[in-house]
Design a protein around this ligand. Structure first.
Ligand code: 5GP
Ligand code: MN
Length: 339
């Protein structure tokens, strides 16, 4: 069931705190193809809950990119795709399941089917549009720039801001930085910067985090970016730019998970562009990233046309058509302005 009001769904910190207090064994689950916010928020929450003497496991539906491996305790996470049995055994014996940085079990495919069938209470912390009614406890706000912002709110709301140490701060900073395109998207507010200031008090070094995430390109990744920019198409009448990369393009440059991260944003540097799309073909499926500026709602666009969703200005989707047919469909939709 999809609930109608979705601007904010938030229980009191008292209720949220009580749910945590009475749980001993906790699972944290995040979305497919985990990004900086998914990993940062999950690991920060895990470190915090461990300080409260909880037994915690972070589950990822599939592998996360190499450039996030430096995150504290990332190696302790369990990959559902590789350890289905172990994950199911752990989850079955836990008291509470946190659902972080996503809000619809379809988003995590087979793991979602399993979780939706367990009676264990779920606790959603998320900032995407249109949350499914899947949880008992909610800390949901589409105005939050990242799930990391909400994890910070949770700790502060529980009166535990002082428990945020350097490691937790590094995790939170990662999500705040990656989900805001290094603090330049319209989701950034004065509150984002107040949180950053608090995180910096722990001694964490922002430039180290930036380097660890962004200055790690392989030569192949950089060359793939060159190819992508060369292949970029512009629809000037629609203020739109798109890039389509075939499986063979990716293979030419020895594609590794995460190599196309951030690529979708490059065409925004062209004056006037307010809608960008990136199509990547892998294993016969076309994964799509949409980005927009201003009021153009790519969450709606992705939901209506490409079985996806996300935020107003950043969303994703997929297509079972061929790469060419998918691009054709997209160009047709954009040209007819059905956004
Ligand atoms: P990205 O383009 O970076 O993969 O995703 C952009 C945003 O849209 C992220 O917040 C991500 O969680 C969301 N998103 C990406 N793909 C999908 C999808 O297939 N379904 C839904 N509901 N959200 C998606
Ligand atoms: Mn996020």
């Amino acid at each position: 069931m999809v609930i109608l009001f979705y601007r904010m769904k938030k229980d009191s910190y008292k209720k949220l705190g009580d749910a945590i207090k009475k749980s001993k064994r906790i699972t944290i689950v995040t979305h497919m193809n985990p990004d900086g916010d998914a990993m940062g928020s999950s690991l920060a929450l895990s470190l915090y809950l461990q300080k409260l003497n909880k037994e915690v496991k972070v589950i990822v539906p599939n592998a996360f990119p190499q450039f996030l491996e430096w995150l504290p305790e990332s190696k302790k996470t369990m990959n559902f795709q590789l350890n289905e049995k172990k994950v199911k055994t752990y989850v079955s014996k836990c008291d509470l399941i946190f659902v972080l940085d996503f809000n619809n079990f379809k988003r995590i495919e087979k793991l979602g089917e399993f979780l939706s069938e367990t009676p264990i209470p779920k606790f959603m912390i998320d900032h995407h549009q249109q949350p499914e009614d899947l949880a008992k406890y909610y800390l949901h706000d589409v105005k939050a720039c990242s799930t990391c912002e909400l994890v910070y709110d949770l700790m502060k709301g529980m009166g535990h801001a002082k428990m945020i140490d350097k490691k937790i701060a590094e995790c939170l900073y990662t999500g705040l930085m990656t989900d805001t395109g290094s603090f330049r998207f319209s989701s950034v507010t004065y509150k984002t910067h107040l949180i950053l200031a608090e995180l910096l008090k722990t001694g964490m070094v922002p430039s180290d985090i930036h380097s660890a995430i962004y200055d790690t390109y392989s030569r192949d990744r950089m060359k793939l970016l060159g190819l992508a920019l060369n292949k970029m198409h512009i629809l000037p009448d629609n203020k739109t730019a798109y890039i389509a990369l075939s499986e063979s393009d990716l293979k030419t440059f020895n594609y590794q998970k995460g190599d196309t991260e951030g690529m979708v944003n490059y065409p925004f540097s062209i004056k006037g562009i307010n809608f960008c799309a990136l199509f990547t073909e892998w294993d016969g499926i076309i994964k799509i990233s949409f980005r927009s500026k201003g009021k153009l709602d790519v969450n709606k666009f992705a939901r209506a046309n490409f079985s996806g969703g996300g935020h107003i200005n950043a969303a994703g989707g997929k297509s079972n058509l061929s790469l060419e047919e998918t691009v054709e469909k997209f160009v047709g939709l954009v040209s007819s302005k059905k956004k």
